[in-house]
Design a binder for this molecule. Structure first.
Ligand SMILES: CC(C)(COP(=O)(O)OP(=O)(O)OC[C@H]1O[C@@H](n2cnc3c(N)ncnc32)[C@H](O)[C@@H]1OP(=O)(O)O)[C@@H](O)C(=O)NCCC(=O)NCCS
Length: 163
């Protein structure tokens, strides 16, 4: 795993398009790059090839949480390398790297995949996505006291609205 360099962009976009079978997430990441909205991004490497990508961008929370909250999105592994542990290793690596910079992480994703990394349904702490009720798909990893149980709404960067 390593941080992303500017020379990686074309390869990352290829991984995103292949993993999501379409260009929406690749376009999202291009917009996040253009707007300097990414707080942390890492790639998984096998030999010299980028096989996975993971990004965190800042979200806004109303009323504010106690500390910086980041959204984990997107995360993708090249189809030929899925189900080999690359995604898990990348997510664990990224969470360790981001822990110093954030009080909590939110994400929208499969409710049976992310609990293994410590995520729980955000609704349990009264934290909701501002767009719609995503149920258990909207998940939260609170590194310690960012959310106190009072009702809060989370908004992703405007680049996500175009998804
Ligand atoms: C989701 C993804 C990043 C996981 O990466 P990976 O390297 O395949 O995952 P790992 O090998 O570490 O873990 C495999 C586990 O993830 C589960 N998994 C993989 N994709 C999943 C999905 N879309 N939904 C739920 N579980 C999924 C597998 O069933 C397996 O579960 P198990 O450990 O209980 O058997 C990858 O499959 C991917 O890029 N998918 C397409 C893009 C996507 O859906 N991204 C996530 C939403 S932003």
């Amino acid at each position: 795993m390593r941080d992303v360099g500017p020379g990686d962009h074309a390869e990352i976009l290829r991984v995103l398009i292949a993993a999501f079978s379409g260009a929406d997430e690749a376009r999202l990441v291009e917009r996040l790059w253009a707007e300097n909205a990414i707080e942390l991004e890492r790639v998984a490497m096998i030999e010299d090839e980028i096989v996975g990508y993971c990004a965190f961008s800042r979200v806004s929370v109303a009323p504010p949480a106690a500390g910086v909250v980041l959204g984990l999105a997107p995360v993708a592994v090249a189809p030929s390398r899925q189900n080999e542990g690359v995604g898990s290793a990348l997510i664990r690596d990224c969470l360790a790297a981001v822990k110093n910079r954030a009080a909590a992480i939110v994400l929208l994703g499969h409710a049976d995949y992310y609990p293994r990394f410590g995520f729980t349904p955000a609704g349990r702490k009264n934290v909701a996505w501002d767009m719609r009720d995503a149920g258990a798909a909207f998940q939260l990893l609170d590194f310690g006291g960012a959310f106190d149980g009072a009702p809060r709404k989370v908004s992703y960067h405007p680049a996500f609205s175009a998804l």
